[in-house]
Structure formats: C-alpha cells, structure tokens
Design a binder for this molecule. Structure first.
Ligand SMILES: [Ca+2]
Ligand SMILES: [Ca+2]
Ligand SMILES: [Ca+2]
Ligand SMILES: [Ca+2]
Length: 394
C-alpha cells in the first residue's frame, strides 16, 4: 500500500474514531437524546459520511488495521453478521424468519398471536406515522416465517399520541379472551400509555380493530384506561408478564423523567386481577438503572427459576440484571459463561441506539430466542434475530 494512501486512511480513521468517541459520550450521557431531530440527523449523516470516505479508501481488513472501530454505530459488517452473543447465535438473513426488510427506524417489537393460529406474530411500533405494524407468522410453531407488514386497524377519538416509535404490548386485560393493546409513547402527549380494546374481529377478513379507551379504569365494566393518570415521562416502553405467578399479567415499564422525580428508571406495576395496576414503588431501589430509553424484557435467562431482566436502552446496549431469587437484581458484566450462567449474554453487543429486545421462543424448541429492534443508519435490517444455542452444544 502506498504510504500516501496509508496516511490518508489513518487520517480518515482518526477522524471517524474521534467523532465516534464524541458521539458515544453524547449517547451515554444522554446529551444526544436532548438534541433536536435536526441535529441528531446531522450527526448520523456525518458519521455515515466519515465511514463512507474511509470505506472507499480501504477494504474492511485494512480499515481495522488503521485502527477504526467500525463496528460501533455502524451498519453491520460481514464480521458482525456472524457474531454470537452468549448463548445466542446470530442468524443469517437467508434463514432469518424476520428477513423481510424492516423499512423503518427504531422498531420496537413485541410478540403476540393475533391470528389465533398458535404461533407468535410480531407487532412493532412505527416511527412518525402513528401505526402499529403486524408481521404475521405464516410458518409453523417450529419454523416461523413472517410476512411483510400490515397496519393494524386502530380506532379512537384522539388517535395515536406517538411522535416517535410507539412501544406496543398486548395482554388480555378485560379478560374476554382476546389480546388488548397498550402503546407506550415516546414523547409529546398528556397520555403516555394508550389503551385499545380488541374488538374480537378477525385478521383474515380484516375486521380486527382496536378501539381506544380513555378515562379512569372501571374494573367492574372494564371501561377506561388502566393507566389513566399515570405519567411516567417520556420514552415509555412496556412489557407484560405474570411476574408474581398469580395468573394476572403484571407490567414493567421503562421510562425517562417522570412526575415523581424518579428520573430515568423502570417501574413494576402489579395487576390485582381486576385490571388495576398498582405501582410497587419499593420494588426497585432508588436510582436503580440510569439509562435513557429503558426497554425491558423479563425472562429467566439463567434458568434458575426466577425472572431476570434484560434491558435495552437509548445508548444501544443490552444490560442484563440477574435475580437472586428474592427480587434483588444485580447487573452482570463480562462474557457469558454457559457453564455457570454468569456474565452478560449480550456482552459486547452495541447497536447504534435504542435497543428494544424481545425474548420469546419463536421456534418452540424450549429456549428463548432474541429479536432486537434498534436504530439503524439504513432503513433496513433493523430487526435482528438471534436463535438460542443449547448450552450442551456450546
Ligand atoms: Ca399467530
Ligand atoms: Ca381482551
Ligand atoms: Ca401477576
Ligand atoms: Ca433467573
């Protein structure tokens, strides 16, 4: 390689690295989150340009030699495409059941069987357009395959309050046998969690629709919004799970600044069985977790019988907190050990920003697979699918 070319590569790599370091600091401090959309777009565009200039000058191997850390914040490279995390194996697009291009940014996925055929469909919030998109599973319970998206019919007096990707979550809160829809809003609305009741219609004939319910929840008539009056701040990401094992779906909610001065954190709401969600305000210690845009998943990742936490965040990380059995959660770091089931299953994973994990057993082999929504520079390939690898096979 000519010396001149090498100097040029090193210069471009240095620019990229310095810019990337600065951007990472902005992301981790939360500054990035407070920038205007215009400035955010400018930063993303600048990063893409720097990376493009570098890639024109050298191939990926030379770029690595030149010292650039291309993986961070970048469109996945071939190397990254093969990367595995802990017990999870990245699946190539050709065998990814979610292989249809997801042409939107920052998708927030959730799993729900909306066509009642016994397999998981994937619903995601869409940016800007106030839509919930459904990727219907037309495969089998052991070999899922998802269609291109369709827009869910949502009815309501006030429409969506989504100004950024909404975070959908489903649970049968009115106990009539169908799954009802909650949407956590990113920002800009007095109602941070919208509730839509399932009308019992069918996806096949297009009659399925979700009707917004507003006002205080009435547990006798099941009218109103169970989260009416709850103002958890911005960037609300919800997930439902029967955490206490009483058969009623409880809620975990990540959010940014709230009205109680609790900053950026996560809350646990226990369902009393009547659809009243009661905030367990001593469940997490003060200042538990401090990342913007927490997107929680609750699952037994270390297979010891209690429910652990996997938290996406605005900085693009996946944080793993292990439950000690009595609901004390401890952040795990370092590489995952299959033998001891310690460390972070997603150690080293870093996406551009706003990771939104989904943990469900998509192929019915008894373990949890991971689908990760995250922000991407390209409007493509922003849902990643990782199949769980059996510990016995390494
Ligand atoms: Ca289904
Ligand atoms: Ca229902
Ligand atoms: Ca429960
Ligand atoms: Ca556990």
């Amino acid at each position: 390689m000519a010396i001149k070319n090498l100097k040029s590569i090193l210069s471009k790599a240095d620019s990229l690295l310095r810019f990337q370091t600065s951007l990472a600091e902005d992301l981790h401090s939360g500054r990035f989150y407070r920038y205007s959309p215009r400035k955010k777009n400018w930063l993303r565009s600048k990063f893409a340009k720097l990376r493009s200039r570098l890639s024109i000058l050298c191939n990926p191997k030379q770029a690595a030699v030149a010292g650039s850390a291309l993986l961070l914040f970048s469109i996945p490279t071939q190397t990254e495409a093969q990367q595995s995390f802990g017990p999870f194996v990245k699946r190539d697009r050709s065998v990814n059941p979610l292989r249809f291009p997801i042409q939107r940014t920052a998708p927030k996925p959730t799993a729900v069987d909306l066509d009642n055929d016994g397999d998981y469909d994937i619903a995601i919030g869409n940016r800007n357009y106030g839509e919930i998109l459904l990727h219907r599973n037309v495969g089998t319970t052991t070999s899922p395959l998802f269609t291109a998206s369709q827009i869910l019919n949502v009815l309501g007096t006030s429409g969506f309050h989504i100004s950024f990707p909404g975070s959908p979550a489903f649970a049968d809160i009115d106990k009539d046998g169908d799954l009802d829809l909650f949407i956590g809003s990113f920002t800009g609305s007095p109602i941070k969690i919208q509730y839509f009741v399932n009308n019992g219609g069918s996806l096949d004939d297009g009659s399925l629709a979700f009707q917004e319910q507003v006002g205080p929840w009435n547990d006798a008539t099941k009218a109103g919004n169970p989260f009416d009056g709850v103002n958890p701040g911005d960037n609300v990401n919800l997930t439902f799970v029967d955490f206490d094992g009483d058969t009623h779906m409880d809620a975990f909610m990540g959010h940014d600044y709230d009205e109680y001065g609790q900053g950026i954190t996560i809350k646990y709401f226990k369902n009393d069985g009547q659809g009243n969600f009661i905030w367990q305000n001593n469940f997490f210690p003060p200042s538990f977790e401090g990342s913007y845009g927490i997107a929680p998943q609750v699952a037994d990742l270390d297979l010891d019988g209690d429910l652990d936490l996997l938290l996406g965040n605005y900085g693009g990380e996946l944080k793993y907190y292990v439950n000690d059995g009595v609901n004390n959660f401890t952040l795990q770091s370092g590489p995952w050990s299959p033998a001891t089931k310690t460390g972070n299953p997603f150690d080293g994973a870093m996406f551009l920003n706003q990771t939104h994990p989904l943990l469900v057993d998509l192929d019915s082999d008894g373990d949890l697979d991971a689908t990760i929504g995250h922000y991407s520079n390209n409007y493509n390939n922003t849902l990643r699918y990782l199949k769980h690898r059996r510990c016995s096979s390494g």
